[in-house]
Ligand binder design. Structure first.
Ligand SMILES: [Zn+2]
Length: 419
């Protein structure tokens, strides 16, 4: 009975989608946008200073590494996993290191699962930079970081973004290296999935399993609209139980953005938001998967009509969106069911933890939270390597066989997996 009903609903969804709904730019992208874009690349970290360039892949890694080294008390880099072509899928995990053991709800931002939708990539990098540099001087950012664990994954599909090579985003494309649309490849909560789960998504699922995110967002481009669950059904067929809450959240996000650009979030719906399936029904998207399986409220933010936004427009988009991005994180504290929050003023731990990325690693790791000598032991306790950690924090692992190692420094330890 249930199964028959489900099949009927799915058929109805498919019919409704083709018969009534207007094309969704995100669902049916042109292969390339026609007009030539100025997609200037930053080939050094210094060139990212004005935030009007896209980083090369190595500059991206250097930026993540730089923040981890500069703010070891506030953040570390999480290795979500590796892409099909071996590029890193990383997240900056922002969490004040304290001696208290108070509850801080976990929030997650993730961008550019579609490799050519690159506006959010730079927006998320800039958000990391703004939050970390604002800690201690900007009261809002300080308070938010003190009360929240914030994970920001700027690039979920690095092979798509750097499809033309590590030094350009000009030939970035929607799909991963296997030609699969990663936002149609997640397990479908409402029907069985036939397509093989891609490596990038398997890594992301494992990351969700290792954490307890309560609120998240998946950033896209190709339209300007806030898209809340479900994507698999129209709101008439299956409304999300928190629809009213989602509409309030979307409205606040859009209203704040429109105080900086009255025309933003206006290309698809005048209100600037929609239930996903009312715009266009899709299945296998990350949003529905996360909402259904991980008890985490996630929505899809389509933040720029142009997928490959010209680099000279990136600062303007940051101006339109930065306050909305920060306020959306703050929404986690208004969600029901949160235990009491820690006080706004906290004391950071005297010495930061020892953290490592990437982990697992193939050729080198970056160590943060320690300076001075480190020791690397194998699983039998044999000392294999010693060195002094310099500013870069880099430890070369190329001479070691694959395996599990223990890194020790100043009474702190961490486990390293060499693959
Ligand atoms: Zn997209």
């Amino acid at each position: 009975m249930k199964r028959t009903l489900l099949i009927f609903v799915v058929l109805l969804a498919a019919t409704a989608a083709t018969a009534q709904l207007k094309p969704r730019p995100d669902a049916f992208p042109p292969v390339d946008e026609p007009e030539p874009k100025a997609l200037t690349m930053a080939t050094t970290v210094e060139q990212m200073a004005s935030w009007n360039r896209y980083p090369t892949y190595s500059v991206y890694l250097e930026m993540m590494q730089g923040w981890a080294n500069e703010f070891p008390n506030l953040c570390h880099v999480d290795t979500i996993g590796y892409s099909v072509n071996g590029r890193l899928i990383l997240s900056m995990y922002i969490e004040p290191q304290t001696d208290d053991d108070l509850y801080r709800p976990e929030f997650f931002y993730s961008s550019t699962i579609h490799g050519d939708e690159i506006t959010g990539y730079v927006m998320m990098l800039r958000l990391i930079d703004t939050l970390l540099h604002g800690y201690g001087s900007n009261p809002q950012y300080t308070s938010l970081i003190n009360r929240t664990r914030i994970s920001i994954n700027p690039l979920a599909n690095p092979d798509g973004t750097y499809y033309g090579g590590d030094n350009s985003v000009q030939n970035s494309r929607r799909y991963n290296a296997n030609g699969v649309d990663l936002n149609r490849n997640y397990p479908n909560p409402f029907a069985s999935t036939k397509e093989a789960l891609q490596q990038e998504n398997a890594a992301m699922i494992s990351y969700f399993e290792r954490h307890n995110f309560r609120l998240s967002a998946n950033l896209h481009g190709g339209a300007e609209v806030m898209n809340y669950p479900w994507d698999s059904y129209t709101s008439a067929q299956l409304p999300h139980p928190e629809s009213a809450w989602w509409i309030d959240v979307c409205r606040r996000f859009v209203d704040t953005s429109r105080t900086y650009n009255s025309n933003h979030f206006n290309d698809t719906y005048s209100c600037g938001y929609t239930a996903g399936g009312d715009w266009y029904v899709i299945t296998g998207g990350r949003q529905d998967y996360v909402n259904y399986y991980h008890n985490c409220l996630e929505l899809t933010m389509e933040i720029s009509t142009t997928k490959k936004l010209s680099t000279n427009q990136l600062p303007s988009y940051w101006g339109f969106l930065q306050h909305s991005f920060v306020n959306y994180i703050e929404e986690i504290h208004a969600m029901p069911g949160n235990p009491p929050e820690p006080p706004v003023a906290i004391e950071l731990a005297a010495t930061p933890s020892l953290t490592i990325f990437p982990n697992p690693a193939s050729d080198h790791i970056v160590v943060s939270g320690v300076t001075g000598p480190i020791e690397l032991y194998d699983a039998t306790g044999r000392l294999l390597h010693t060195q002094t950690i310099n500013e870069s924090g880099i430890v070369d692992l190329r001479s070691l066989p694959a395996g599990i190692y223990l890194l020790r420094s100043g009474g702190k330890t961490a486990t390293v997996v060499k693959q």
